[in-house]
Ligand binder design. Sequence first.
Ligand code: BDP
Length: 701
Amino acid sequence: MAGYEAWLAYRPIADADRRAKIVAWTEAISADEDDLCIRTAAAELAQGLTRLTGRTPSCRTQAPGSASSTAAGSAASISAAASASAGRSVRLGTFEGSADVRESFSEAERASVAEEGFRIRADERSLVIAGTTGKGVLYGAFHFLRLVQTGTPLDGLDVLHNPANGLRMIDQWDNIDGSIERGYAGRSIFYRDNEITEDMTRIRDYARLLASVGLNAIAINNVNVHRLETMFLTEAYLPRIARIADEFRAFGVRLFLSVNFAAPFEIGGLPTADPLDEGVQAWWRATARAVYDGIPDFGGFLVKADSEFRPGPFTYGRDHADGANMLADALAPHGGIVIWRCFVYNCKQDWRDRKTDRARAAYDHFVPLDGRFRDNVMLQIKNGPMDFQVREPVSPLFGAIPDTNVAIEFQVTQEYTGQQRHLCYLVPQWKEALDFDTHARGEGSEVKRIADGSLFDRKLGGFAAVSNIGDDANWTGHPLAQANLYGYGRLAWDTDLSSEAIAEEWVKLTYGSDERVVETIRGMLMDSWPIYESYNAPLGIGWMVKPNHHFGPDVDGYEYSMWGTYHFADNRGIGVDRTVRSGTGYAGQYRQPNAGRFESLADTPDELVLFFHHVPYAHVLHSGKTVIQHIYDAHFEGVEGAEALLAKWDSLAGLIGEADHAAARSRLQEQIRHAEEWRDVINTYFLRKSGITDLHNRTIY
Ligand code: BDP
């Protein structure tokens, strides 16, 4: 069930034969290194196997601070009695720290394991989970438990997994008052009533969830850093933050803080926050030192600057390279990095002068700065050029700054995709972005190869995403929204996994392997994004949502506002002309052949046609339908799709825990009502604008 334990519930394995086989392989667990993550790995394995098989493996690990692996087996280092059993054991360790583990692999095999990767091998004697580092061993242990649960035979097991991305990060948009910006699953697990929490229970359990899917970094506060969060960098808060970092460290997750660019001015008593001012530079250096005193493995700073009313280097006539590099220099002596967001645009434009195109902003700001950023700076680029809409093209900034480290940013929290009231499995959306070929180095220059750093041979690369959890009993509100957090982690680890495979894995771990359950829920997940899209704003246009909170349809809510998010619908047509020929020129930010494809109305894919072109309602799409008929049909189909989701879920009654079934059911019912509202508002708006009736004469108000 998708409850508090999420995908780590480890339901008992029903098949007695299989259970016996697993028990035979896992009678004992031994790890003879003094390493925090390896101790965590052993504890996780012991716990998981006990629950899966009903039998507790004997467990031998090194107590903290005890002798190193060379003393392995010495009585003093054994915290639990070694098993005298004749069964086979699971051995955990690193190549460097454990002679035993090292000898199980050839030199070439050892060399094939990246810093955070792992190998799992079953031989006659034992099952070895080996890594180059303790973190790798921890990921290996979680993977092993996954294999056991998804029915993989252990005989002859021999797998190697290295993470595709170095940085696999989750961002909390949590505020110290306990609220979560764009949070849809309760209040913060980190903060309450303007205090950092002292109760580590949920934080530890969250760290576990993150590590189990391979995530290795977290920013624990909102990118919009207000007064009290700015103070996180001071002695008043650092000890408690260090306490949180301790919990994450045990699970291999590095802690980052979002910082306020104006901190030297706002809390440091300096007259300026100018990045070229020596006093400011010294302030950040001292601040970084203080942070590292308490958190020696601190990850670094995440920065939203000159965006949506946040301060930044523009105030001082400096650019973003000046700003990011100044922070990078303060962090460099300690091994920290700066993650600098590219979500920079003018949110105060005048709609009467619709010449500026917000979609262009990130590229226009950052391309001229390529090559100027320090090695320990990463630019974090949202997947699309606007803002996490249900459908956007890929940001053209991917591939356009080859001399800069980049990370891709996704939104796991469903701000624009149903706010965890609607079902919307986002992995297929992310995969589309990752698989987009930018042609930056010719064919085969997919976004995923830019994000992971490999295409341009960058030192740093990776994924970041806004989390979807809060203190709701099941973490995510909608039980099925857990699949998005799970899927994000798995995809960050392995960008080649398919959406279906990830969905299936999640269902098996969460609900068990009953075929009907697996097939039905996997199908629901896979259908959900297209369904949500079909009753949303049409054909890539986006933004027909209620201003501010972004839930529910509002046809003109943003049309006459300053945020730069227009659809330009009138009585003749709709869409934003972003061509070079007659529009904003945005299409020209892509490389060929993409630029040409988006420039041409005939070649632009249907789902993005209104993002790139202003067309009459009678324009005929590749599907053979006119734009207006597509809008009507899609919105009727969307409601039918939502109804089908509920029917599928209902077919699982009795096969799913009652509380869980009821929780998702009420949300799916709400989704239908809400899809109807979307359908009626959008269809009515376009009927009135266009005056063109529905070919099928359905009721439009
Ligand atoms: C938008 C959100 C806003 C965030 C902003 C960001 O509406 O709350 O602060 O993104 O990414 O999606 O900074």
